[in-house]
Design a protein around this ligand. Structure first.
Ligand code: CS2
Length: 454
């Protein structure tokens, strides 16, 4: 790891330096720092690929740009909060462990995607670093998840303790006693950068920035107020501190991300390559509003002061942002990891309350269609998912009649309570069959007509 000559200290380590973290998490610290004085600097780490990219970032003085775009124009932020980089494959695992053990460090943030909490890689790196920290006699620190999962703090704690307990029970006890795991709800639409979006950014900047990102102007970060020692200086960036994160998470995951997954799967099967293209199609924009208001919002835990119709309207406007070109295929990656918190939790509540969930059923049925590998125009649909081999085998070994039954038996995705519910299976099978026979767009149109929603 190398640290530049700067008044900022390495107090914060961010693991997972992808487009989202650049435009959301690290950009927020940068905004706050520019408003007021603080010595909080960030060291950014990647664990798998991307070592060369971190080298290049160091060579450009750790500076990158974030362009917020919509139809009103663009605003560019120059982010200067990064003071160092770390990559275990370049610097050796010890460099990351020593950084985690350092007494100056007090916060680790994570954007490791949904699957990162299951595959053990990031958790093992964290555990080894925390073992060194414990060994050095330093106190604990705060580990803050910024991934789109329900109760992401509790999940981080659980994943870490499971890995720690496998090698050293006393380490697990120390982590549990000494560290804090607040949950957080993060929100900003930041599409993965493509050749086209890089060209657009470079044109805006008048120079090339390979580390820069394009995103929407909207930003939200709600964090559970449970930190060890001083909190990072994020107030000036508009961060909200709350005691109970759960209603915030549920609102965002079910209304925004649930709709995103609905649009990504059904939209792409119908031939729409981006979210704004889906929203320009009246069948899809109508359906997504109804999904939010009639199938997601009524399932949410109470959140005093929340105006859900206004929230839904704002989401529709954000999804219409034609400057982002947010690819449906990108959102459809890792769907097996996304369905539970985005759609299945609200389906379970709707079934319990005897409320209609026909549009949510179409999204689950559409995942089945997606796995067959072809859209409505016979174009190939890519499968990128941590359960890829199980899913491919399931498709190969099932005949059409049993395919959805077999899919719904996939335990890591569908909780037993839903998988064993005959009404759930029948509705998903019906949705799948309708998409297979009519195509995605007509299946949505028919569902909207049949339900005669008000
Ligand atoms: C998207 C999210 O790719 C996806 O799965 O639904 O990344 C979404 O854009 C963000 O959660 C918005 O805050």
């Amino acid at each position: 790891m190398s640290i530049d000559n700067t008044p900022l200290r390495p107090r914060w380590l961010h693991i997972g330096f992808g487009a989202f973290a650049r435009a959301h998490t690290i950009a927020a610290l940068d905004r706050s720092q520019k408003e007021g004085l603080s010595d909080w600097g960030v060291v950014v780490a990647r664990l798998n690929s991307g070592a060369e990219e971190l080298d290049a970032l160091a060579q450009s003085g750790y500076e990158y740009h974030v362009a917020e775009v919509d139809d009103a124009g663009a605003t560019v932020q120059t982010v200067e909060a990064v003071i160092g980089t770390c990559h275990p494959l370049r610097d050796g695992a010890d460099a990351l462990h020593s950084l985690i053990a350092s007494p100056t460090l007090s916060l680790i943030t994570l954007t490791i995607t949904e699957k990162g909490y299951r595959d053990g890689h990031a958790m093992t790196a964290l555990c080894d670093g925390l073992a060194q920290r414990k060994q050095s006699g330093n106190n604990g620190l705060t580990i803050l998840s910024c991934d789109n999962l329900s109760e992401n703090g509790a999940l981080t704690r659980q994943s870490l303790l499971t890995v720690a307990a496998q090698t050293d029970a006393s380490l697990a006890t120390w982590i549990d006693r000494e560290c804090r795991f607040p949950s957080s709800m993060v929100d900003r639409i930041v599409p993965a950068m493509t050749r086209e979006s890089h060209a657009k950014l470079d044109a805006l900047l008048g120079k090339s920035d390979p580390h820069g990102v394009i995103c929407e102007p909207f930003f939200q970060w709600v964090i559970e107020d449970d930190f060890l020692g001083s909190k990072p200086p994020l107030d000036l960036a508009g961060v909200q501190w709350v005691d109970d994160i759960r209603p915030w998470e549920a609102m965002k995951l079910r209304m925004l991300n649930g709709s995103h997954t609905f649009l990504a799967l059904l939209g792409r099967i119908a031939g729409h390559k981006t979210i704004d293209a889906c929203m320009a199609d009246a069948v899809f924009s109508d359906a997504v509003s109804r999904l939010m208001l009639l199938e997601s919002a009524p399932t949410l835990p109470a959140l005093p002061g929340a105006d859900l119709p206004a929230y839904a309207q704002r989401l529709v406007e954000r999804f219409r942002n034609a400057e982002l070109k947010h690819r449906t295929e990108q959102i459809a990656t890792d769907t097996s990891q996304k369905l539970p918190q985005r759609l299945l939790e609200s389906i379970a509540v709707n079934m319990h309350d005897d409320r209609d969930w026909a549009l949510s059923a179409l999204a689950i049925g559409a995942w089945g269609v997606w796995l067959l590998g072809q859209d409505d125009n016979h174009e190939a649909l890519p499968l990128s998912d941590p359960l890829e081999s199980e899913l491919t085998a399931l498709v190969a070994n099932s005949n059409e009649a049993e395919f959805i039954d077999n899919l719904l038996n996939l335990a890591p995705v569908f909780p037993v309570s839903l998988a064993q519910n005959a009404a759930f299976r029948e509705q998903v099978k019906g949705a799948y069959a309708t998409i297979r026979s009519l195509g995605a767009r007509a299946a949505i149109a028919e569902t909207l007509n049949q339900k005669a929603f008000l």
